[in-house]
Write a protein that binds this ligand. Structure first.
Ligand SMILES: Cc1cc2nc3c(=O)[nH]c(=O)nc-3n(C[C@H](O)[C@H](O)[C@H](O)COP(=O)(O)OP(=O)(O)OC[C@H]3O[C@@H](n4cnc5c(N)ncnc54)[C@H](O)[C@@H]3O)c2cc1C
Ligand code: SF4
Ligand code: SF4
Length: 396
């Protein structure tokens, strides 16, 4: 446990926003105790980590295996914060799930609130893309964009996730500054990677692209709209479309290793296309011969284990059950496979993302599918986004 000492009268230099040691009217501001009661202590908390990054007193933490932030100062107890008691409201200002005001955030971010029919959020363009040279989970757009942006000097690095070299398929956040190294981080891992925490210690002068799940990009954008210095290095955010992530132990060790007897080190790709698809070079005869109890899993062409989603559902993180944002509505650009093979759907939301996509097509780093071939994937995107928006942010 970290114990911090209050410094009466001191003001921390965390951007323009500071955590005051004294407030004339503390009751006027919400603080950690409100965030704890309304969000953290319920299933509303996405575990995005924005509050941990933002906390100027560094009394919030997030354990490597945990799913939520916690308050580390013994003196205050988990549900309280003595800095909040004297007027600090910083954690509440960066939490996208604390008393959300969607229209105000949209006006600040995109210059206007969405129209009711805009079920995937505010957008400038929708385009299906593939990286020339391939690679990646779907069309390889995301990785190609990061490498190109570094090579052309638009950013110095990128926040992404990568495989833990010690434990196959364990997901770790990382800041990469080498365009060749970023290629090794391509592909989707379906457990939660705490990418936002990388902003805690990123050198402030780095210009970064940020890749994350919709809940993480929401925290990032809320942090940026609050003017906090730690969120400022990010010049472009990419959200990966997302309906759920899985708990590491239950998914990797309980389901894949335990129930299906897979060697995690031999899995080459995991994807979700109506079913969970696990590509491996190990024999799947035990599945094909029906030796997995209580399972309707099958083996598809190319030695792909196909697991019905209802068998995977028990490993879903509880926080995802109340998430309404499939399409990454706060990002500069959102990317998803939406049922396609070898192509990435990009929802372009801001002028900077539009400029990057157009420059990459001109430079022949990306190719775009003709607009008249978008209809099926576009319809699926809208269905998935609308379905997820029907979920409610419910304290669990
Ligand atoms: C947990 C999860 C759930 C998803 N669910 C859907 C879905 O339901 N429908 C859909 O259409 N698309 C979904 N996607 C997005 C899809 O899998 C692809 O990431 C997207 O289409 C981009 O493909 P690409 O080939 O352009 O990306 P790539 O070039 O392969 O780049 C992928 C990037 O994502 C980063 N990354 C990988 N895993 C994670 C992670 N867990 N957290 C944060 N960053 C990560 C990598 O480091 C890399 O930078 C999901 C992705 C993830 C990670
Ligand atoms: S900022 Fe993120 S981690 Fe913190 S309380 Fe809000 S949702 Fe949870
Ligand atoms: S479903 Fe929502 S809460 Fe869960 S990981 Fe995806 S974006 Fe985050």
């Amino acid at each position: 446990m970290t114990t911090v000492q209050a410094a009466p009268g001191a003001i921390d230099a965390i951007g323009e926003t500071t955590c005051p040691a004294r407030s004339t009217d503390p009751s006027a501001k919400p603080s950690w105790s409100d965030l704890y009661r309304e969000v953290v202590g319920t299933d509303v908390c996405a575990g995005c980590g924005a509050c941990v990054v933002a906390c100027p007193r560094k009394v919030l933490d997030y354990s490597a295996t945990g799913t939520r932030p916690y308050q580390t100062d013994d003196e205050s107890g988990p549900a309280g914060c003595r800095f909040g008691d004297v007027g600090c409201d910083v954690c509440t200002r960066v939490c996208a799930r604390f008393r959300p005001d969607q229209a105000a955030l949209e006006v600040g971010r995109f210059g206007r609130a969405r129209r009711p029919e805009e079920v995937v959020g505010t957008e400038l363009d929708r385009v299906v893309l593939r990286a020339v040279g391939g690679g990646g989970q779907d069309g390889g757009l995301v990785t190609a964009m990061l490498a190109w942006a570094m090579r052309t000097g638009r950013v110095d690095g990128a926040v992404v996730s990568r495989h833990d070299p010690e434990q196959p398929w364990r997901n770790l956040p990382v800041v990469v500054t080498d365009p060749d190294e970023v290629l090794t981080t391509a592909g989707s891992r379906y457990t939660y990677s705490r990418n936002l925490l990388m902003l805690q210690d990123a050198p402030p002068k780095l210009r970064l692209a940020f890749v994350g799940l919709p809940c993480q990009v929401a925290g990032l954008v809320k942090g940026q709209s609050s003017g906090l210095k730690r969120f400022r290095p990010v010049v472009l955010s990419i959200a990966l479309m997302c309906s759920e992530t899985f708990e590491e132990d239950a998914f990797l060790h309980g389901l894949l290793e335990g129930k299906f007897g897979l060697d995690l080190g031999r899995i080459t790709k995991v994807n979700v296309k109506g079913r969970l698809l696990v590509h491996t070079d190990q024999s799947l005869d035990h599945v094909a011969e029906g030796r997995i109890p209580d399972s309707k899993a099958t083996v598809g062409e190319g030695n792909v284990l196909q697991i019905p989603l209802r068998e995977v559902r028990p490993t879903v993180r509880p926080q995802c059950g109340s998430c309404t944002d499939f399409a990454g509505e706060w990002a500069d650009l959102s990317a998803g496979g939406v049922g396609m093979d070898g192509w990435t759907m990009a929802v372009v939301r801001t002028p900077i993302a539009a400029e990057w996509v157009s420059a990459m097509i001109d430079a022949q780093v990306l190719v775009a599918k003709p607009a008249d071939e978008l209809a099926e994937a576009s319809a699926l995107l809208e269905r998935l986004a609308a379905k997820q928006r029907d979920r409610r942010l419910q304290p669990g």
